[in-house]
Design a protein around this ligand. Structure first.
Ligand code: G6P
Ligand code: MN
Length: 432
């Protein structure tokens, strides 16, 4: 038997995840799939859970889908626990985005101030989950998709004994974009990446085993293949900069390299269409209308308008690599352990790693190129302080976390954003 438990089971992403398990049933025979949510999410859980049950029935596989708000019952003897929860739901995200934007600072769910605030709400909940897992399924793997995924994974590594990996749709989306440019399958593309979650760079790209790095960078400079996640505004990096960088950056890097343009873009966007959180709240509403239809028995196309589209490819293939002891290379968030000497051994990095039954073994990378070293190191400092603040609820640590972030234009603004954040997030911050 193979028991998988998903926290945040009422999320609109559940059809994405269940679709991945159905497609991989031969290699990953999940017998029990438990979707767990809190009481406030029960209605959504029932709707999306019923769709999950229809999908499984249609596939004709012997997998049972359980819907529950009883986390303890779900966790008992679990083999893999996955999380896709959102503390405070889209409403909290909308505050995360809107408050910094008022001060002309990036308001984004994971990068900068928004990521700090999301971590403050999320880390206590995830560490509490780990306490439960330590009691009820101490040997289970925790596969975390909950953002900020890299920061959350580092907090779990520091403060619990649970085995964990952090996952993101970003690296896979980069490889899908490369595949599109070369008109090959995703499986034919290999990219070596290094950095932090939502802050990765590819420095080696191969298509069907042939190195195409320099050629692909030139295509990028000419406007082909720029990575475009659905949640990130479209605007290209300047060709001369791409050639100078010589690396393939994840689209989130535009928040750093085009900071003024991206903030201006976000301000305009939020005035016209609402912040991304307001947009995704509306997408979710429409998705749940579709999910209610008893005729629907598959993952709807409309899910592709979410940034996490195809996240199950990442999640399920990594779970399968652990379960089947495959020794396959995947991109994960895991402890650095010397992969690069430019970050602490105990820092979580996003990197290619060999995945087997014992987890992730990061590939040796070596020194970070100087052109990206400082950025990665300063965001890591922000991440460390963010985790410390989330665990202690210490105001000064929180203020320093926001103040050291490279996108923070002034410590005065950092303080103002923090104070506003703490007021609207009161219900979700037991530690403060
Ligand atoms: C990307 C990231 C995810 C993030 C998502 C946001 O795919 O990798 O970590 O959750 O975008 O998408 P959304 O549709 O919620 O704005
Ligand atoms: Mn991500």
């Amino acid at each position: 038997t193979l028991k998988i438990v998903t926290l945040g089971g009422g999320s609109g992403y559940t059809p994405e995840l269940i679709d991945g398990f159905i497609r991989r049933y031969d290699e990953l025979p999940v017998s029990q799939f438990w979707l767990v949510d809190i009481a406030a999410g029960e209605e959504k859980l029932k709707i999306v859970g019923a769709l999950a049950q229809r999908m499984v029935k249609k596939a004709g596989i012997p997998m049972t889908v359980h819907l529950t708000t009883d986390r303890e019952a779900a966790l008992r003897n679990a083999d893999f626990v996955t999380t896709q929860l959102r503390v405070g739901q889209q409403e909290a995200r909308i505050h995360d985005e809107a408050i910094p934007l008022k001060y002309g600072v990036l308001g984004q769910e994971t990068t900068g101030a928004g990521g700090f605030m999301k971590a403050q709400r999320t880390i206590p909940v995830l560490l509490d989950l780990c306490r439960d897992m330590e009691r009820l399924c101490p040997d289970a793997w925790l596969i975390n998709f909950t953002n900020p995924a890299g920061i959350v994974t580092e907090a779990i590594e520091k403060y619990s004994r649970i085995k964990t990996l952090g996952i993101c749709s970003g690296a896979n989306s980069m490889m899908m974009d490369i595949a599109k440019v070369y008109d090959v399958r995703r499986e034919d593309v290999y990219a070596r990446v290094m950095g932090l979650n939502h802050l990765i760079f590819a420095d080696q790209i191969a298509v069907k085993g042939h190195d195409v790095t320099a050629e692909f960078i030139e295509k990028l400079a000419q406007g082909n293949g720029q990575n475009q996640l659905k949640n990130i505004p479209d605007s290209g990096l300047p060709p001369a900069f791409i050639r100078a960088l010589g690396l393939y950056p994840l689209s989130y890097l535009k928040y750093f390299y085009l900071r003024r343009e991206m903030v201006a873009h976000s301000v305009k966007d939020s005035q016209t269409y609402g912040t991304r959180g307001e947009q995704t709240r509306e997408i979710e509403r429409q998705l749940f209308e579709l999910y209610k239809n008893p005729q629907l028995e598959s993952k709807p196309k409309e899910l592709e308008s979410r940034g996490g589209a195809y996240y199950s490819d990442t999640a399920c293939s990594i779970i399968s690599a652990i379960y089947n002891n495959r020794q396959e290379i995947h991109v994960v968030n895991t402890l650095n352990r010397g992969a690069t000497p430019d970050l602490d051994e105990n820092s979580v990095v996003e990197t290619n790693a060999v995945i087997d039954r014992r987890g992730a073994h990061p590939l040796a990378y070596g020194r970070l190129p100087v052109k990206i070293r400082g950025l990665i190191q300063s965001v890591k400092a922000f991440e460390e302080l963010t985790i410390e603040a989330a665990v202690t609820g210490d105001y000064s640590t929180a203020l320093m976390a926001l103040s050291v972030h490279p996108l923070m234009p002034s410590v005065d603004i950092a303080e103002k954003i923090l104070n506003e954040y703490l007021v609207v997030n009161r219900p979700f911050l037991p530690q403060y």
